[in-house]
Ligand binder design. Structure first.
Ligand code: CMP
Length: 138
């Protein structure tokens, strides 16, 4: 079990002014921010990041949305980080997200769902490396 996970605050939440609110929830849940940056993905980079979903019917929409505005990428640290962070963000579809979760509070729809969280330790490492160099991950 690794103690790190990766997150992105997605373009909907950034555009709606929720960076601060989401970071507060992340801090209040006991995660340490190891690395963080605000950037915008090109369609090519968003496609690469979400390559595992290439065959899904929503892939084109996902890539278009994720490259439509600024995102905040971050590496987070806490015991049991991947699992605990997925509990904090809630179900992918906000209609199914529990009270107290980030998606319940901030997500608009299954596509515009405010935040991404890695689904495994392996993907957390791959996704963190996608955005941050070794020097940035202290
Ligand atoms: P995320 O955790 O970032 O990983 C893949 C994303 O695909 C997911 O969040 C959703 O935002 C998006 N996604 C999943 N299902 C759908 C869908 N049916 N329509 C649009 N986007 C989807």
């Amino acid at each position: 079990m690794s103690n790190r996970t990766f997150t992105m605050i997605k373009p909907d939440a950034v555009a709606n002014g929720h960076i601060g609110g989401i970071l507060n929830m992340i801090n209040a849940a006991g995660f340490r921010i190891v690395a963080m940056k605000m950037t915008q993905l090109s369609a090519a980079k968003a496609g690469e990041f979400y390559a595992v979903h290439k065959e899904r019917p929503f892939y084109g929409e996902l890539v278009e949305f994720m490259s439509s505005g600024h995102i905040v990428a971050a590496i987070l640290e806490k015991d049991n980080a991947v699992e605990d962070f997925r509990k904090l963000i809630g179900a992918t579809n906000p209609a199914n997200a529990e009270e107290g979760t980030i998606r319940k509070k901030y997500a608009e729809s299954i596509g515009r769902n405010a935040v991404h969280g890695s689904d495994s330790d392996e993907n957390a490492a791959i996704e963190g490396d996608f955005f941050f160099s070794g020097l940035e991950k202290f």
